[in-house]
Design a protein around this ligand. Structure first.
Ligand code: FCB
Length: 445
C-alpha cells in the first residue's frame, strides 16, 4: 500500500498528566479522595504512580528514541502553589528540570495547567464551584507564564471542562462527589471562564519564543469529544437524552471560545448563560481528546454503553476509528487548527492497540486529506498510569509499568514500535502496517 504522509513539522508524541504518573502528590484533592473507602476501583491509590517524578529523564529518553518530537505533560498546581500565593521553590525548580530534560531529548513541551487535580486549599474554599477560582487560576497561570515562558510555547489551559464537571458534580464519582446537574453546569462555566482569562494572561505575559518558530504562545484547551448516539434509535427518550447531552457536552463547550457565549442547559438544571468578551476567539488551536462513541440509554444505569457487538477496550469503551475522523471534522468547524491532545486504548495485553493505533492514525490522515488542519497527535499515554477512579485497571501505555517496583525498566509494547515507525517516517508506511497488523509473522517484516 502507499505511504500516507503527514504535513512537515507534524507533532508526534505522548500525553500524560502529573497526578497520573508522578507519584507522591499528597497536597491535592485526589490524594484525599483516594482515602475514601470505595472511591477507587479495587481500593487502589495513586501512591507512587509510575515514579515518573524521579524517573522523568529516563522516560523521556524512551519517547525520544521512539521518534517522538513532542510531549504533553501537566504541572501539578498543588506542588507549585501549596498555599495561596506561596510558591514552593524546590517544586518550581523541579519543573524547570523537567523542561530542560524535554529540551535535551528534542521533545517540544505542551504544558497543561489544570488536569483535574486541585490544591487542597482550593478544594476547601469551594473549588471550581466558587467564583474565586477564576482569579486563583489566573494568578497561577500568570506565575507559570512568567516563570516558564522562556521554555514553553504550547500551553493547554484546562483539560476536559465537561468531563471534569460531570464526573465530579453530576455523576459524583470523582471529587467532590456531588450529584447535582446545576452545580455541574456552574463548574463548566467557571472552567471556560478561567480558560479565557488564562488565554489572555499567557499572551500578555509569555513574551519568549522558546522554539524560535515566530510564536511565543500557542494556547488552547483540551476537549473530550465523544459521539453520543441513541442506543435504541427508535426510542424517543434515548434520542432526546442523546440530543441534550450532545448539546451541552459538545456543542455548547465548542461554541464558548468561538463567540464568547457560555450557554449551558440540560432539563431539570438551572441554565447558565454568560457573555464574556475576553473568551471570544480565545484559542489558537482546538485540543481534541478522542476515545470513543457512547450509546445513550435514557434513565438507565449505566446510561452510556458501548455499541452492542463492537470491539471494546479493557474499560469497555468502543474502539471506533471512524468516529475519530468525524470528531476531527467537527473540531475543525471551530475555525482553528486541531491538535490531538489525547487518543488511546486501554489494553493491558496490547492485543488490540497496535491495530487500533494504525486505524486511528489512518482515520486522522483521511481527515487531513479532507481538509482538516491537524497540527499533531499526542497518544494517551507514554506509560500505564493511575486511571482516576479506575485505579490501575485502565492500562493505556505504549510502555507497561511494573507498579510493584517502579524502578524496574518500563516494558516496551508492540504499540510503541508501531508508533515509533509512524513518528520517525512522519507517515503511515508498510513497515508500520506490518507491525500493527498483529501476528508474529507479520512483525518479522
Ligand atoms: C481522559 C483524561 C486522561 C485519561 C484518559 C484515559 O479523559 O484526560 O487523564 O484519564 O481520559
Amino acid at each position: 500500500m502507499s505511504d500516507l504522509p503527514f504535513p512537515p513539522g507534524f507533532l508526534w508524541g505522548a500525553a500524560t498528566s502529573a497526578h497520573q504518573v508522578e507519584g507522591g502528590n499528597t497536597r491535592n484533592d485526589w490524594w484525599r479522595f483516594e482515602l475514601v473507602p470505595g472511591a477507587i476501583r479495587g481500593g487502589e491509590k495513586s501512591g507512587e504512580a509510575c515514579g515518573h517524578y524521579a524517573r522523568f529523564d529516563a522516560d523521556f529518553a524512551l519517547a525520544a528514541a521512539d521518534g517522538h518530537n513532542a510531549h504533553r505533560l501537566s504541572f501539578e498546581w498543588s506542588r507549585i502553589e501549596p498555599r495561596p500565593g506561596q510558591f514552593d521553590a524546590a517544586e518550581v525548580a523541579h519543573y524547570h528540570d523537567v523542561l530542560a530534560s524535554l529540551k535535551r531529548h528534542g521533545l517540544t513541551p505542551i504544558v497543561t495547567l489544570h488536569h483535574f487535580t486541585n490544591p487542597l486549599w482550593l478544594a476547601d474554599e469551594g473549588g471550581w464551584e466558587d467564583r474565586r477560582v477564576v482569579d486563583r487560576f489566573e494568578a497561577f497561570v500568570r506565575f507559570c507564564a512568567r516563570e516558564y515562558g522562556g521554555e514553553v510555547d504550547w500551553w493547554c489551559t484546562v483539560n476536559e471542562p465537561e468531563v471534569f464537571a460531570f464526573r465530579g458534580w453530576s455523576e459524583g464519582v470523582w471529587p467532590p462527589r456531588v450529584r447535582d446537574d446545576s452545580r455541574a453546569l456552574t463548574v463548566i462555566a467557571h472552567q471556560l471562564e478561567a480558560h479565557g482569562r488564562a488565554y489572555r494572561v499567557l499572551h500578555a505575559e509569555d513574551r519568549w519564543d522558546a522554539d524560535g518558530d515566530g510564536a511565543a504562545v500557542r494556547a488552547g484547551f483540551a476537549k473530550h469529544r465523544p459521539q453520543l448516539e441513541a442506543l435504541r434509535a427508535w426510542h424517543p427518550l434515548d434520542r432526546l437524552v442523546a440530543h441534550f447531552e450532545r448539546r451541552v457536552f459538545n456543542e455548547a463547550v465548542d461554541r464558548a471560545p468561538v463567540d464568547g457565549v457560555i450557554d449551558l442547559s440540560i432539563p431539570g438544571a438551572t441554565r447558565v448563560r454568560r457573555v464574556l468578551p475576553e473568551l471570544a476567539g480565545a484559542f489558537d488551536w482546538y485540543g481534541l481528546n478522542y476515545y470513543t462513541r457512547w450509546m445513550v440509554k435514557a434513565f438507565a444505569d449505566p446510561s452510556h454503553v458501548a455499541r452492542p457487538g463492537a470491539p471494546r477496550n479493557d474499560l469497555d469503551w468502543e474502539i471506533f476509528p471512524d468516529g475519530f475522523e468525524q470528531a476531527l471534522r467537527a473540531a475543525a468547524r471551530s475555525g482553528k487548527p486541531v491538535l490531538v491532545t489525547e487518543n488511546g486504548v486501554a489494553d493491558a495485553h496490547d492485543a488490540l492497540r497496535p491495530r487500533a493505533l494504525l486505524d486511528f492514525i489512518t482515520a486522522m490522515h483521511r481527515a487531513i486529506a479532507g481538509g482538516v488542519p491537524v497540527l499533531g497527535y499526542l497518544h494517551w499515554s507514554l506509560l500505564d498510569n493511575f486511571e482516576w477512579s479506575d485505579g490501575f485497571h485502565g492500562r493505556f501505555g505504549l510502555y507497561g509499568v511494573d507498579f510493584t517496583d517502579t524502578a524496574r525498566p518500563r516494558q516496551r509494547r508492540t504499540s510503541a514500535e508501531v508508533f515509533a515507525r509512524i513518528a520517525r517516517a512522519n507517515a503511515v508506511t508498510d513497515a508500520a502496517r506490518a507491525w500493527g497488523s498483529g501476528g508474529t509473522a507479520a512483525r518479522g517484516a
